[in-house]
Design a protein around this ligand. Structure first.
Ligand code: DON
Length: 579
């Protein structure tokens, strides 16, 4: 075990408060941060119920459902369908995702509505005759799409956990689609950037493209085909998507563009209830997503690996804190590349990966004097027991139920393919498979056998929708998009609150850093690491690389007085609303 050096660095909490004020857009620095109460640095605080999502229209629709007596799961379904309309870059009915839930009774569970490979998919489908990966084939166009899971997911959530009629939960999204959505500056930029690729990968002109001119902030986007598709889902549930007109439209679209999704694949798609991953960090009980997401296992591995160290005393974004978190991340992502995949196809050694002794041994060669080289790290010898652009939203209702949902079409606007006549984008989730062992995917992640393409298999995910209990009561609901960085962003956000005393809003806004074993570098947001700390880290052999801001963490924290604090990520148009 690494000895805790006695030259601990004093916490720089107040320095941080000023440092990150630009991001936080809170007024803490201007008014003299030391005298600031934590209350002034909080996000939106509500008495009873809260929705935090990536778009104000979706958050408001979710809240409306809660106000009229719906529960967190009703609100989640309404928010998911609303995001499919107002946030097409990631919100979807053409993608998939995961729900982690905790009911007010304490019952927990998870729904896997991850996309599946079409039955005609094959291991080497993205390789040329020489065995090389064909650039972009798993990323753009019809072959990139997996069989969508979101609609079956929403139907299954409703069957088990919903309380209001399903039609009432889909209707607000239909109304929004017909009323039109006002484009924000950010969305305008993203849509205009995607224009050329959308034109290249569709035979028709998708309605998301403005052919005449670029979109301008304030323009209204009407989703009329999507409104009709949503009406079919409203009236027929899963049959409104997986059979009949919508299914015909998807299959026709596949035929037009050489894709593989068939009627049989759509009929066979089935979201699956799974046991969430559960474990302890100090006095907190972590409940997170199980395989086919790597998120829950990786998050618990990370938390367990840093638990013995006094990160609070080392201080936020100080060299030893960054080193310990980085060394844990390096080891965890190496395990991920070897051991994680769809549990229906590959036996993931869950207990072994979470074994306390195993994780202790993994950290035993960490030194604060010198970085470990990733080339020296391989997946661990896991003990075998008998027995592999996104959006997140967090909801807590007036009854104390919680829903944590991360949903995705993978890249921004997914495969860029809009199903003609049906008005929605198909995912490019096939890129989350390992197209070839050792060759990185879009997020630089590598994998092997566990996550190889197989017919009807689910591709490995990093999505980490998480719920945390403290003293057997609900404490936090959290998650984020960000591909490979999802796991480390959730990890960092939890530590920001638990170890560094931040409010929920501060924790989601704070600048982040990431390491994923390979490439062997600490990737960090522009203001995440001070020049002094950077110099220390570099002197110990760490490579640092600045990158654009990433992720959009949406969190809800239950305050000691029982009120709810929403943390909406200021990196986007994200919004916390409550009552
Ligand atoms: O499931 C996964 O891990 C990825 N498809 C998530 C993609 C993502 O977060 C992109 N958004 N920024």
């Amino acid at each position: 075990m690494l000895p805790i050096p006695d030259h601990r660095i004093k916490s720089r909490r107040y320095t941080f408060t000023c440092f990150a004020a630009v991001l936080l857009t809170l007024s803490s620095c201007a008014t003299g941060s030391k005298t600031q109460t934590q209350a002034a640095r909080r996000g939106v605080v509500a008495d009873k119920a809260m929705v935090v999502s990536a778009h104000p229209d979706a958050s408001n629709i979710g809240l409306e459902i809660l106000r009229k007596g719906g529960n967190a799961y009703d609100a989640a379904i309404a928010t998911q369908f609303a995001l499919a309309v107002c946030y097409p870059v990631a919100g979807n009915i053409g993608g998939g995702g995961f729900l982690v839930y905790r009911q007010h009774t304490g019952e927990t569970g998870a729904l896997d509505f991850r996309e599946k490979a079409p039955s005609a998919a094959s291991r080497d489908m993205y390789l040329d005759s020489l065995g090389n990966v064909i650039p972009d084939l798993s990323l753009l166009g019809h072959l990139a799409a997996g069989v969508p899971g979101s609609v079956d997911g929403m139907v299954k959530i409703h069957e088990k956990l919903g309380s209001l009629p399903f039609a009432e939960l889909v209707q607000p999204a239909i109304d929004l689609a017909r009323r039109g959505v006002v484009l924000t500056e950010r969305e305008t930029r993203m849509l205009n950037n995607a224009k050329a690729q959308m034109l290249a990968h569709n035979k028709h002109t998708p309605y998301l493209v403005n052919r005449q001119a670029d979109w301008q902030p304030g323009d209204k986007l009407y989703h009329l085909d999507l409104a009709r598709t949503l009406e079919r889902i409203r009236d027929k549930g899963r049959d409104g998507f997986y059979t009949g007109e919508t299914a015909d439209q998807i299959v026709k679209e596949m035929q037009r563009g050489g894709g593989l999704i068939s009627h049989k694949d759509l009929l066979a798609y089935n979201a699956v209830w799974r046991e969430p991953i559960k474990g302890q960090y100090k006095d907190l009980r972590i409940i997170s997503m199980s395989p086919p997401s790597s998120g829950g296992i990786a998050l618990l591995q990370l938390l367990t690996m840093v638990e013995p160290y006094d990160l609070k005393a080392y201080g936020w974004q100080q060299a030893p804190t960054i080193q310990l978190m980085t060394e844990a991340k390096r080891r965890v992502y190496a395990d991920r590349a070897t051991y994680l995949g769809d549990p229906d196809f590959y036996k993931v050694p869950v207990s072994g990966l979470l074994d306390q002794n195993y994780l202790k041994t993994r950290m035993s060669n960490v030194s604060l004097d010198q970085a470990t080289a990733s080339s020296e790290i391989k997946a661990g010898e896991v003990p075998i027991y008998e027995s592999d652009q996104t959006t997140h939203f967090s909801i807590v209702d007036q009854f104390g139920n919680a829903a944590s949902i991360t949903t995705t079409i993978n890249g921004g606007y997914g495969s860029m393919v809009v199903v003609e006549g049906a008005g929605f984008l198909l995912n490019n989730e096939m890129d989350d498979f390992s197209a070839k062992p050792g060759i990185p995917n879009m997020f630089g992640l590598i994998g092997g056998e566990a996550n190889a393409v197989q017919p009807s298999k689910r591709m490995l995910s990093a999505m980490t929708p998480t719920i945390i209990e403290k003293a057997a009561k609900l404490y936090m609901v959290v998650g984020t998009p960000g591909g490979s960085t999802i796991i480390t962003s959730v990890f960092q956000t939890i530590l920001n609150v638990v170890e560094h005393g931040m409010t929920m809003q501060e924790a989601v806004a704070a600048p982040r850093f990431h390491h994923q074993w390979l490439p062997d570098e600490i990737q960090h947001e522009p203001d995440a690491i001070s020049p002094e700390v950077r110099a220390i880290l570099e002197s110990k052999g760490y490579k640092l690389k600045q990158r654009n801001r990433y992720g959009a963490v949406e969190g809800i924290l239950v305050l000691p007085n029982g009120k709810l604090e929403g943390g909406a990520d200021p990196r986007g148009d994200d919004k916390a609303v409550g009552y």
